[in-house]
Design a protein around this ligand. Structure first.
Ligand code: ADP
Ligand code: MG
Length: 326
C-alpha cells in the first residue's frame, strides 16, 4: 500500500501548497471557524494546519490515514499513463506516505486528545496528547523519501508564495472563517472572521489591494437557478490585476474556459479591451448542474448547461460594467 499511496501522492501532491490545500479543505469540511497554518522553509521542513473543527474520534484515527487500495497500477512508472484516478479519501494517506506525518485530534465529547504518527507510510499506535477540541496535522520533511519529487521543489520563497496565494483564495472563499498564516515563526497573515458585508469587503481589500473597493462595482443577480455576486474591478493597465481574478463556483475556486470567455467578453464589450481587471465573483447553482471533480487538484469544472451559464455571466457582468459609461 505504501507504493500505491506514493503514486496517489504523485498525482495530487505536487508541492507544499498542494498539501496545505488538502489539509485546509479538511479543516473546512470539519466545520472549523479558525484555521492556523504554520510553515517552515517554504513547507519543505514543516507544514502544520491546526483547526477548531469537529475532530476525529480515537477509533477513527487509523482510518483517516488509511487508503483505498487499487489493483490497476503495478509500478510508479504506470502513473503517467492512468488518465484519471480517484482521489477521494486518499489525501492524508498520500501525504503521510511521502513525509514524516503526525495528526493530533480531539472531538468535543472526548476528555483527551490522541496523536498518531506515520513515518514514510508506517502507522504508529495512537498515544494520548494535549490538544483543544479540533485537529492539528503536521507534515515534516515533505518528499524526504521521494528524491525525484524533492528535486522539483523550488526556492523557499517561491513555495511560500504559492501557499500564500492559496490561502488568499481560500480566505475569499470562506470569509466567515478566521485564517492565520505564519512563515518561519513570523505571522504573515491574519484574516479575522467577517461577520457582515463591510467586513467581507475589508477582507477582499486585504487580498486585492486597499484601492480595490473604490475601483470596483458590486454585482448581485439571480436568474434561471443561477446566482452571481461579488465585485468586478475597473480595468487598469496594470498586469498585476490579472493575477487577482477569483471566480468561485459553489465556494470552489475555478479556472474555467467558459467562465473566462464570458468575463473577457463582457469587459471587452464595454470598451475596456486589452486591459486588465481584478474581480471576485461567486456563482452559486444547483450542485447537480456542475461537475467539480473533473480533476481533484486542478481548478476545472464542467457545467451541464454551458451555454446558459456563459450567457448569464456575460449579461450580468455586461450590465454591471455598462453602468460605468453612464
Ligand atoms: P477526504 O477528505 O477525501 O475524506 P482525506 O484523506 O483528506 O480524505 O481525509 C480522510 C478523513 O479524515 C476525512 O474524511 C475526515 O473524516 C478525516 N479528517 C481529515 N482531516 C480532518 C480534520 N481536520 N478534522 C476532522 N476530520 C478530519
Ligand atoms: Mg480531504
Amino acid at each position: 500500500p505504501e507504493l500505491i499511496n506514493q503514486i496517489a501522492a504523485g498525482e495530487v501532491i505536487e508541492r507544499p501548497s498542494s498539501v496545505v490545500k488538502e489539509l485546509v479543505e479538511n479543516s473546512l469540511d470539519a466545520g472549523a471557524t479558525r484555521i492556523e497554518v504554520d510553515i517552515e522553509a517554504g513547507g519543505a521542513r514543516l507544514i502544520r494546519v491546526r483547526d477548531d473543527g469537529g475532530g476525529i474520534a480515537l477509533d477513527d484515527l487509523p482510518l483517516a490515514v488509511a487508503s483505498h487500495a487499487t489493483s490497476k497500477i503495478g509500478s510508479f512508472d504506470d502513473l503517467e499513463h492512468v488518465a484519471s484516478m480517484g482521489f477521494r479519501g486518499e489525501a492524508l494517506a498520500s501525504v503521510s506516505s511521502v513525509s514524516r506525518f503526525a495528526l493530533v485530534s480531539r472531538t468535543a465529547g472526548q476528555e483527551a486528545a490522541f496523536r498518531i504518527e506515520v513515518d514514510g507510510g508506517r502507522l504508529q499506535a495512537a498515544r494520548p496528547a494535549q490538544h483543544p477540541p479540533g485537529t492539528s496535522v503536521e507534515v515534516r520533511d515533505l518528499f524526504y523519501n521521494v528524491p525525484a519529487r524533492k528535486k522539483f521543489m523550488r526556492a523557499e520563497r517561491t513555495e511560500f508564495a504559492h501557499i500564500d496565494d492559496l490561502l488568499k483564495s481560500l480566505s475569499l472563499a470562506r470569509s466567515s472563517v478566521e485564517f492565520r498564516l505564519s512563515h518561519n515563526g513570523k505571522p504573515v497573515r491574519v484574516w479575522k472572521a467577517a461577520r457582515d458585508e463591510q467586513a467581507v469587503l475589508q477582507r477582499v481589500a486585504e487580498v486585492l489591494g486597499a484601492e480595490f473597493p473604490q475601483r470596483s462595482l458590486r454585482v448581485e443577480h439571480a436568474a434561471a437557478g443561477l446566482q452571481l455576486s461579488g465585485w468586478v474591478g475597473l480595468p487598469t493597465a496594470s498586469r498585476a490585476q490579472a493575477d487577482a481574478q477569483y471566480f468561485y463556483v459553489n465556494g470552489r475556486l475555478v479556472r474555467d474556459r467558459i467562465v473566462a470567455h464570458a468575463v473577457r467578453q463582457a469587459y471587452a464589450d464595454v470598451l475596456f479591451h486589452g486591459r486588465h481587471a481584478a474581480f471576485v465573483l461567486y456563482l452559486e447553482l444547483d450542485p447537480a448542474g456542475v461537475d467539480v471533480n473533473v480533476h481533484p487538484a486542478k481548478h476545472e469544472v464542467r457545467f451541464r448547461e454551458q451555454r446558459l451559464v456563459h450567457d448569464f455571466l456575460f449579461r450580468t457582468l455586461h450590465e454591471a460594467l455598462a453602468q460605468t459609461r453612464a
